[in-house]
Design a protein around this ligand. Structure first.
Ligand SMILES: [Zn+2]
Length: 209
């Protein structure tokens, strides 16, 4: 099973990636970190980081033995060229077609979720005034320090981040729409979202015909 996970910042993608990996025994590959490490070396040597390098990194990773019966990719593909490359690669490896899952959350829900984030300046503990509030309003449970909001967790920056995400991901979702990109409503609790993903992927495992 090959799962491609798409979702805007703040949709809980990391949590769901970990859930899918555990539930279906496939490695969860977050390409962001892999790319950052590799690309630093390329930039240092004066090269440009293009699809070719990114594709090569992914091809190297998914040819590892732990990916033999499938894998989850988070953060790749980001361009139509990368998507076409992945299709070819998967076919060559004799693996099934990727299942794309789109964790969809209305912008306003993301904004209220993210602007509800608070952090303790003393111990670094993270709170969410909606889902994990401190016992005393705006005060850290552990050391009674007043909580603060990250400077870039404002409505304006979140909407800008979301716009950038939609510009980049819209074509990916359209690309996988034919192969049945599955939309999952990610406004519920992490557990509800996991159940929905689980049902959807279990249905995929049932052989058709
Ligand atoms: Zn604290």
């Amino acid at each position: 099973m090959i799962v491609l996970l798409f979702g805007p910042p703040g949709c809980g993608k990391g949590t769901q990636a970990a859930f899918i990996a555990r539930r279906f025994h496939i490695p969860s590959i977050s390409t962001g970190e892999m790319f950052r490490a590799e690309c630093k070396a390329v930039l240092k040597s004066g090269g440009l980081v293009g699809d070719e390098i990114v594709d090569r990194i992914v091809a190297g990773r998914i040819s590892q033995p732990d990916c033999a019966s499938g894998f989850l990719l988070d953060g790749y593909p980001r361009t139509l060229e990368q998507a076409a490359f992945l299709d070819g690669l998967v076919k060559k490896m004799g693996l099934p077609k990727p299942i794309a899952i789109h964790l969809d959350v209305p912008a306003q829900v993301l904004v209220s979720r993210i602007t509800a984030r608070r952090q303790c300046g003393a111990c670094g503990r993270i709170y969410n005034m909606l889902s994990q509030p401190p016992r005393v309003d705006e005060i850290c449970d552990d050391d009674h320090t007043p909580l603060t909001r990250r400077e870039d967790d404002t409505e304006e920056t979140i909407l800008a981040r979301l716009q950038a995400y939609h510009d980049a991901t819209g074509p990916m979702i359209a690309y996988y729409a034919n192969g049945g990109c599955r939309r999952v409503d990610a406004t519920g609790t992490p557990e509800q979202i996991s159940r929905e993903i689980e049902a959807l992927l279990e249905a995929e495992l049932v052989p058709c015909g």
